[in-house]
Design a binder for this molecule. Structure first.
Ligand code: BTN
Length: 328
């Protein structure tokens, strides 16, 4: 059941910039206009402001800055699959919170969002810088009951979907650096961290973590990061509506997940990957622990392994590791 605040927000957003009459809102909610006024008061407490004009009704004139759970839900498309949205001001890591929520029995799917992480994690135990700067820190939680072998292409499929969404939403052409880095114009804009719990050779719990640099000014990033990373706001030249973007990402992740589980993604996967593959045809080095393999990247195979042709021209396949684009 949607809360009255959510119903009011949806109506006002759907009709922006027009006014919505108090009678229409009261009708939608099945309550008196005094009741509507009371729920609008609750929205005001969260930082929303409304313009009220006699005989025309209400419209939204100000919304709270930063991530807001009601706004995220209000922006979800009506056909979006049902998902529980948990939005926290601060957490150690959304992936860790997802684990705790699973352990306490929360039903899937759900997504954990946070304005800031104190112990944001990247791959290989690295720190993911997670200040409260208008960026996205999200963990999506599913129970797919799929064989472990099926999961090899999961993060790649999600990454390619997110690139397409960002291309449409922000009008930029991002790219993906195998296996989990999202890039724009030679700098990292996001990363994915997929973690799974396996039970009798089946994936029981799947946590898909996504960190995306959205609105923080690049100057606010620590200097070592600012050299290699960028943000969507810096790339597009203007701040983005974080709540609308988050809702669009939730919708896309849910539909991509559904296609993945139904196995209906195979027909589009290769094309989508090839469109956003940053490495194909370029000189790369792959690191696996202390070992290094250098060569020309040749895309991925059906299992999502990276193909690299070394000096002898023979293709080698790698299912794990970290890639660097060689500049020469
Ligand atoms: C990487 O590039 O190494 C992956 C970074 C993943 C960061 C996200 S932010 C949300 C989620 N919570 C975490 O602690 N990590 C992931």
């Amino acid at each position: 059941m949607n809360s009255p605040e959510l119903v009011i927000l949806r109506e006002l957003l759907d009709h922006e910039p027009a006014f919505v009459s108090g009678n229409v809102l009261a009708g939608k909610l099945g309550m008196s206009r005094v009741g509507v006024w009371m729920h609008m008061g609750r929205l005001r407490e969260q930082g929303f402001e409304f313009e009220a004009v006699r005989s025309r009704g209400y419209r939204l004139v100000k919304r709270p800055a930063g991530l807001n759970p009601l706004l995220v839900q209000a922006h979800l498309k009506p056909n979006t699959r049902q998902i529980d949205v948990l939005c926290l001001p601060e957490v150690d890591s959304t992936n860790d919170e997802a684990e705790r929520q699973l352990a306490s029995g929360r039903t899937t799917p759900f997504v954990v969002l946070a304005r800031r992480q104190t112990l944001g994690r990247g791959r290989f135990g690295r720190v993911w810088h997670s200040a409260d700067n208008g960026n996205l820190y999200a963990s999506f939680v599913f129970r797919p009951h799929l064989e472990t072998g099926r999961m090899q292409t999961f993060t790649l499929w999600m990454g390619a979907n997110l690139c397409e969404l960002l291309a449409n939403f922000c009008h930029i052409e991002p790219g993906i650096k195998w296996p989990n880095d999202l890039y724009f114009a030679g700098r990292k804009i996001g990363g994915m961290l997929t973690e799974a719990r396996i039970d009798a050779d089946q994936i029981r719990d799947l946590v898909f973590g996504l960190g995306l640099n959205v609105n923080s000014p690049r100057a606010a990033l620590p200097p070592e990061l600012a050299r290699q990373a960028t943000t969507l706001a810096d790339s597009t030249g203007h701040p983005l509506d974080l709540n609308r973007l988050t809702a669009a990402i939730i919708g896309r992740v849910l539909s991509a997940y559904e296609q993945f589980v139904e196995d209906s993604h195979r027909s589009t996967f290769a094309d989508l990957w090839n469109r956003f593959d940053l490495l194909r045809g370029k000189p790369v080095t792959l690191a696996q622990g202390a070992r290094r393999f250098a060569g020309i990247a040749g895309g991925i195979d059906d299992e999502g392994s990276l193909i690299i042709r070394g000096e002898n021209g023979r293709p080698q396949r790698f299912h794990a590791g970290e890639t660097t684009l060689d500049r020469h």
